[in-house]
Design a protein around this ligand. Structure first.
Ligand code: HMH
Length: 626
C-alpha cells in the first residue's frame, strides 16, 4: 500500500484541498527558497517623524500581515469569501475522530448507524428549510433552484435509506436526535422562519422584499454544510483503496465525492451569491455570521458522534497525562513569517549613525548605515550561496534505499561547521554592534507570527496541567531576547527558549553572540538533553515542529515530527536519506487503521516518517482537536 507518500490532490470545489496540497502561497518562495537567509527588507521610504526603528517595525508588521491574512478573503463571490473565511473550521471538521475513523474505514458500525440516524433528522430539517426558503424567494429562477436543491436533499435521504437497509437497521425505529443535531435544526428552522438574531426583519413578515432576505439567510445557514460535505467527500475519496477497495463506507464517501453532489454544492453556492446581491453591507455581515454559525454547528455535530473506540485524534486523547507531553518548535519561519536575522539587520541599519546623510565622516568605531547595509548584503549573499552549495555537497549521489539516520547525522556535521563559520563572520563584521535592547524587545512584541501559532501555544499553556505539557523553542536566532519578547504577550512567558544571546554593554549590543544554538547538531543535543531531564525516556511523548534542514535531526528523533512550510532543501536532503514525507491527515488515517489492527506504540521516534502540514491550524486540530 502506498498511501504513505505525499499526495497532491487538487479539488476543484469549493476550494483547493487544504489537507493535501502544498500551501497556496509559499512564504518561502517570496524570498527565494532558502531555509535561512540574511535578507534585506527595505521599509518604504517615508518622511515623517517616526523614529526609524518604529518605521521598520511597522513595515515588518505590515508585511507579516499581508502574508498571513489570505489575499483571497477580500475578493470573489460571497459564497467563496465565506468559505475561505471558514477554512479553519473545515480543518477542524476533517480532524475529528469521527471523520478520521470513517476515512480509515474502521469507524465502529454502530457509530456509523447512529450517525446516519442523526443525519436523517438533519436532512428532514433541510428539506423543510428549502420549502420555507422557496416560499420566501420572489424570483422564479431562485424558486426553481431551491426546488431542485430540495429534491437532491430528498435523494440524499433515499441514499441513507439504502445504506441503512444494507446494514440491516430497522428503519421504523425512531432514534431521538442528539442535542447537537437539535441545535442545528433549531437554528436552521428559526432562521427560515425569519427569527434571526440581530436581523432587521420583524416578527411578522410583510413585504416580499423582506421575505427574500429570509431566503438568503436560510440558504446562508445551509450552504456551508453542503460545501463542507463536498470538500470532505473529495478528501476522503483517496482512502477508498484502503481495505483492498472494500472500504465499508465506500458508498457514503462516493456519494459526497460524486459529480452530482459537487454540482448540488455549486448550485447552492451560486444561489447564495444570487440571493445576497440585494443585501446591504450590514445584512451581508449578518449573513456571514449565520454561515459561520452553521459551520460551527456542523463541527459540533461531528464531535457529538459518540466514539468509543481508541482514536489517534486528537493526540491528547490517547496521551496518558501521567506522562509528559513535550512540544518542541523551531522559531524562524516555523513561527514567524520573516527570518529573525533580517529583523535584527534592519534594526541595526536603522539605528546606525547616518554618517553619510549628515555629512560626517565619523571615524569612531560605529559604522554608517550605508556601510552597514552593504556589509549585510554581502554577508547575506555569501550565506545564501554557500548554504546552497553546502546542501548540494552533502547530498549523497545515490538515494538511500532505507532510512539512514546515521548517514544523515554525519552529513549534517558539514552543515554545522558551515553555520558556525557563518556566525563567526557575522560577529567579526561588527554588524550586530550598537543595537539597543529596548528596540529589539519592541520588534519582538510587534513581530507577527504565522496565523494560528500564538493561539496554539496559548491553548497548550492554558491546558498545560491537564496534559502535563511543556513547550520548548529551539532556535538558531542570534538573540533570544527577540524570541522572548515575541512570546511575552499573554501567558506565553512560560515558554522555554533555547537560543543564542546577544552580549550587551549597558543594554547596547557589543556585536558578539553568546553562542548556544548554532547548528543542526546543537539542536538535536539540546532536544535530547531536555528529554533526558524529563526522566525515563519512555515516559514522555515528544512532538517537534520545524521547517528546515536545521530541524531535520530533531524532527526525526521526535515521536511525532511535523514539517511546516515548503523548504525544498529539507525535502531534498530528507528524501536522499530515505525519509518519507506524509501529509499529516493521510498519516493519521493510516495510523488509525494500524491502531485498530493493534499496532503499538502509535507514535515512536526514528521511524523515518515526517508529517507535513500547511498551517498551524492543522497542528492545533491534530494535537488539541480545535
Ligand atoms: C450533517 C450534514 N451536513 C451536511 C450534509 C449534506 O447534505 C449532510 N447530509 N449532513
Amino acid at each position: 500500500m502506498r498511501f504513505l507518500s505525499p499526495i497532491l490532490l487538487r479539488s476543484s470545489i469549493p476550494s483547493p484541498s487544504l489537507l493535501f496540497s502544498a500551501r497556496t502561497v509559499s512564504i518561502h518562495s517570496r524570498f527565494g527558497c532558502f531555509d535561512r537567509k540574511l535578507l534585506s527588507i527595505r521599509p518604504p521610504v517615508r518622511s515623517g517623524s517616526d523614529p526609524p526603528v518604529d518605521r521598520v517595525l511597522r513595515a515588518l508588521w505590515l508585511r507579516g500581515g499581508a502574508l498571513t491574512s489570505s489575499p483571497m478573503a477580500e475578493e470573489g463571490s460571497v459564497a467563496r469569501r465565506f468559505w475561505i473565511s471558514s477554512l479553519k473550521e473545515t480543518v477542524y471538521a476533517a480532524y475529528t475522530p469521527f471523520v478520521v475513523c470513517l476515512a480509515a474505514g474502521n469507524l465502529e458500525m454502530e457509530c456509523f448507524r447512529n450517525y446516519i440516524a442523526q443525519d436523517v433528522h438533519f436532512l428532514r430539517a433541510y428539506v423543510q428549510a428549502y420549502e420555507m426558503a422557496e416560499d420566501c424567494a420572489d424570483d422564479d429562477d431562485a424558486k426553481a433552484g431551491i426546488s431542485e436543491l430540495r429534491k437532491s436533499a430528498l435523494e440524499e435521504l433515499k441514499m441513507h435509506d439504502s445504506i441503512v437497509e444494507e446494514w440491516g437497521v430497522d428503519t421504523t425505529k425512531e432514534i431521538a436526535p442528539f442535542p447537537a443535531t437539535t441545535k442545528y435544526i433549531d437554528f436552521l428552522l428559526a432562521t427560515a422562519a425569519g427569527k434571526v438574531e440581530g436581523g432587521k426583519v420583524p416578527g411578522k413578515i410583510v413585504t416580499p422584499f423582506e421575505k427574500t432576505k429570509i431566503a438568503a439567510y436560510t440558504v446562508g445557514a445551509m450552504t456551508p454544510c453542503m460545501s463542507l460535505y463536498a470538500f470532505l467527500g473529495k478528501e476522503l475519496q483517496m482512502f477508498l483503496h484502503l481495505n483492498g477497495n472494500n472500504h465499508p463506507y465506500k458508498k457514503w464517501i462516493e456519494n459526497y465525492a460524486s459529480k452530482n453532489f459537487e454540482a448540488a454544492a455549486e448550485q447552492i453556492e451560486e444561489l447564495l451569491d444570487k440571493l445576497s446581491v440585494t443585501l446591504t453591507g450590514e445584512e451581508l455581515e449578518l449573513l456571514q455570521k449565520l454561515y459561520h454559525q452553521a459551520m460551527r454547528l456542523e463541527i459540533e455535530f461531528f464531535l457529538a458522534q459518540p466514539i468509543a473506540q481508541p482514536a489517534v485524534v486528537p493526540l491528547t486523547r490517547l496521551h496518558d497525562p501521567a506522562n509528559r507531553l513535550v512540544i518542541f518548535s523551531d522559531f524562524d519561519l516555523t513561527c514567524t513569517v520573516v527570518d529573525s536575522s533580517a529583523i535584527l539587520a534592519e534594526i541595526a541599519i536603522l539605528t546606525a549613525p547616518k554618517a553619510d546623510l549628515i555629512g560626517l565622516d565619523d571615524s569612531n568605531a560605529r559604522i554608517s548605515s550605508t556601510d552597514l547595509r552593504n556589509s549585510w548584503d554581502a554577508l547575506s549573499g555569501q550565506y545564501t550561496e554557500e548554504y546552497e552549495q553546502c546542501i548540494e555537497n552533502i547530498l549523497p549521489s545515490d538515494k538511500a534505499s532505507s532510512f539512514d539516520y546515521e548517514g544523515l547525522r554525519k552529513s549534517l556535521e558539514h552543515l554545522s561547521n558551515f553555520e558556525k563559520q557563518a556566525n563567526s563572520r557575522v560577529v567579526e563584521s561588527g554588524v550586530l554592534r550598537g543595537m539597543n535592547l529596548d528596540d529589539i524587545k519592541r520588534a519582538g512584541e510587534l513581530l507577527s507570527l504565522q496565523e494560528g501559532c500564538r493561539d496554539f501555544f496559548q491553548k497548550i499553556v492554558s491546558k498545560q496541567e491537564n496534559f502535563n505539557a511543556d513547550i520548548h523553542v529551539l532556535s538558531y536566532c542570534w538573540c533570544a531576547d527577540l524570541i522572548r519578547s515575541a512570546f511575552a504577550s499573554g501567558s506565553l512567558k512560560v515558554l522555554n527558549i533555547h537560543a543564542n544571546e546577544f552580549e550587551y554593554n549597558e543594554s547596547i549590543s557589543t556585536g558578539n553572540i553568546i553562542r548556544k544554538m548554532e547548528s543542526p547538531l546543537n539542536k538535536v543535543e539540546a532536544f535530547k538533553d531536555i528529554l533526558g531531564n524529563a526522566g525515563n525516556k519512555d515516559q514522555h511523548l515528544s512532538v517537534y515542529i520545524g521547517d528546515s534542514v536545521g530541524d531535520l535531526l530533531c524532527l526525526l528523533e521526535a515521536d511525532v515530527g511535523i514539517v511546516i512550510g515548503s523548504s525544498t532543501s529539507l525535502r531534498k536532503v530528507g528524501e536522499q536519506f530515505g525519509v518519507s514525507f506524509v501529509p499529516l491527515f493521510s498519516g493519521l488515517v493510516a495510523k488509525q487503521k494500524q491502531l485498530a489492527e493493534g499496532a503499538q506504540p502509535v507514535w515512536k521516534g526514528l521511524s523515518g516518517v515526517l508529517y507535513t502540514v500547511s498551517s498551524w491550524t492543522e497542528i492545533q486540530a491534530f494535537i488539541l482537536g480545535e
